[in-house]
Design a protein around this ligand. Structure first.
Ligand SMILES: *[C@@H]1O[C@H](CO)[C@@H](O)[C@H](O)[C@H]1NC(C)=O
Ligand SMILES: [Ca+2]
Ligand SMILES: [Ca+2]
Length: 310
């Protein structure tokens, strides 16, 4: 259980924020992004005539030259501000117009270890997620490509069938875990703003409730009992997790890709993950709606509240 929490915090801290959109590395690695570009220009550049200097830039004095250079660079290479989804890289055409094109899988950096391998829904091991997404991109427009998703982190392996009895245990642990993750975020969130003020107020109520089940190993009976007794404490964590995942786009539905940051690391550890999320999509339309999500975590219909998600 502790492992889950550490794991999740990593997700919440990093991956959750930007699981899908990565700025692709273009031909000029030096200017990968603006932050990287700044330290490169440490010597003042002398000749710089009028490049539409705005008052803010003038105010920064010694840095203004550097800032102008960056802007020129952005202008020269439209790829620096052009985001491509995973599996694609930006290239410019003859008119200097940026285009996203499929990445060549052989151009992906080789994995440094097994932990970088990913398993696709085709049950094929891909060297890294870069290789996976490049392969998926090459299949774009085909049925095969449409069906191919990143299934989980790590090489493909045998995953035990999830029995009915085991399936029922999954939400018990997951809910408890979500609640603990939020409480931990609250405790650590002094200035890193992982939670908004509104969210903090909600978690504060859980945190200050002395009847709260403390984090730790609990029997399934105790988890089930606590859910019944302290049901209200679980409503917000279930909504919060939905909001964390529903980002591309924010529309009240989770696609396979949106669910991936939660699913992918969990599957190798929890063999009921796949079945749980499959059954969560009660109407089998391939999307998990907030109502479906709440229901599979045992939140009652009348307690589903879109306003809790934000
Ligand atoms: C997927 O591949 C792994 C390892 O190659 C194998 O052990 C497992 O049985 C396969 N799973 C399915 C569903 O075919
Ligand atoms: Ca969505
Ligand atoms: Ca659905």
């Amino acid at each position: 259980m502790r492992m889950w929490i550490v794991f999740f915090l990593c997700l919440a801290g990093h991956a959750m924020a930007a699981p899908t959109e990565e700025v692709p590395v273009t031909e000029e690695p030096v200017y990968e992004d603006i932050d990287d570009a700044v330290p490169v220009i440490d010597e003042p550049v002398v000749e710089e005539p009028e490049v539409g200097v705005n008052p803010v830039q003038v105010d920064v004095g010694e840095f203004d030259e550097a800032i102008e250079i960056i802007e020129e660079e952005v202008f020269d290479n439209p790829c620096l501000t052009h985001h491509c989804k995973k599996g694609k890289v930006c290239e410019v055409d003859e008119d200097n117009t940026p285009l996203c094109v499929c990445q060549d899988p052989t151009a992906c950096t080789a994995a440094e270890g097994e932990f970088e391998h990913v398993c696709g829904t085709d049950n094929k091991t891909y060297d890294t997620s870069c290789h996976f997404f490049a392969t998926k991109c090459a299949l774009e427009g085909t049925k095969k490509g449409h069906k191919l998703h990143l299934d989980y982190i790590g090489p493909c392996k045998h995953i035990d069938t999830c029995l009915d009895s085991e399936l029922n245990e999954f939400p018990l642990r997951m809910r408890d875990w979500l609640k603990n993750v939020l409480v931990t975020l609250y405790e650590r969130d002094e200035d890193n703003n992982l939670l908004t003020e509104k969210q903090k107020l909600r978690v504060k109520k859980i945190y200050e409730n002395e009847k709260r089940l403390q984090a730790g190993e609990h029997s399934l009976d105790l988890l089930a009992h606590d859910f019944e007794k302290n049901y209200n404490m679980y409503i917000f964590p279930v909504h919060w997790q939905f909001g964390q995942l529903d980002q591309h786009p924010v529309d009240g539905y989770l696609t396979h890709t949106e669910l991936s940051p939660l699913r992918a690391p969990l599957i190798p550890m929890e063999h009921c993950t796949t079945r749980f999320f499959e059954e969560c999509d009660a109407d089998s339309d391939k999307y998990i709606a907030l109502e479906e999500w709440a229901a599979c975590f045992g939140v009652k219909e009348q307690d589903v509240d879109k306003d809790l998600v934000i």
